[in-house]
Design a protein around this ligand. Structure first.
Ligand SMILES: [Zn+2]
Length: 187
């Protein structure tokens, strides 16, 4: 059973387990850095989005609090970007006051979630993905939408709707690997 029914996983987060960090490192192809929690999951329980400390251990400021890690998800967002979906979504922000207002709120929520893990002056007021007024990175916006659940980030929601990838259909290399250690230790 998933720790977070419905996948809605804004802070506070339980500390990531060794198994979760191993899956994230495998997804990224490098050691996971600064992970403070798993913010969204695949149907199998593996992470799709991690929450990352706004300041990494080496001191580097890190604005992208909700970081999309799942290779199939990141590939799907790259496909949308290559298909020039971003200018379309930017036009929606320009044309629809309600969407624009929701996007500003999404920016504020994003900053509030991140602030629970420390204030970092270098990135004060800077969220991710182009928020609050631009559309610059669908990976970051989809990551936020997955973590916050539908209805928080309208552009991230739309990117996920238009994507060929869904967290409901597992495409993991090693399904459920992130939860395996926990099951073993609690058995
Ligand atoms: Zn999976």
């Amino acid at each position: 059973m998933l720790p977070y029914p419905g996948g809605v996983t804004t802070p506070p987060f339980p500390a990531p387990t060794t198994a979760e960090l191993a899956v994230v490192s495998a997804q990224l192809g490098r050691p996971a850095r600064g992970v403070v929690g798993v913010a969204a999951r695949c149907a199998c329980g593996n992470p799709t989005v991690v929450a990352t400390s706004p300041r990494l251990a080496d001191g580097t400021p890190f604005p992208t609090f909700y970081y999309l890690t799942h290779p199939a998800a990141t590939a799907a967002m790259s496909t949308l970007e290559a298909a020039h979906v971003m200018p379309e979504l930017a036009a929606r922000l320009a044309d629809d006051e309600d969407v624009a207002a929701a996007y500003v709120t999404a920016h504020e929520v994003y900053l509030a979630d991140r602030a629970q893990f420390g204030e970092v002056p270098e990135i004060d007021g800077i969220s991710a993905g182009g928020m609050p007024t631009r559309v610059k990175c669908l990976h970051a916006l989809a990551g936020h939408a997955l973590a916050a659940g539908a209805g928080v980030n309208p552009i991230g929601d739309e990117a996920l709707v238009r994507s060929a990838w869904s967290p409901d259909v597992c495409r993991c290399v090693d399904p459920g690997a992130a939860l395996r250690e926990d099951e073993a230790s609690s058995a």
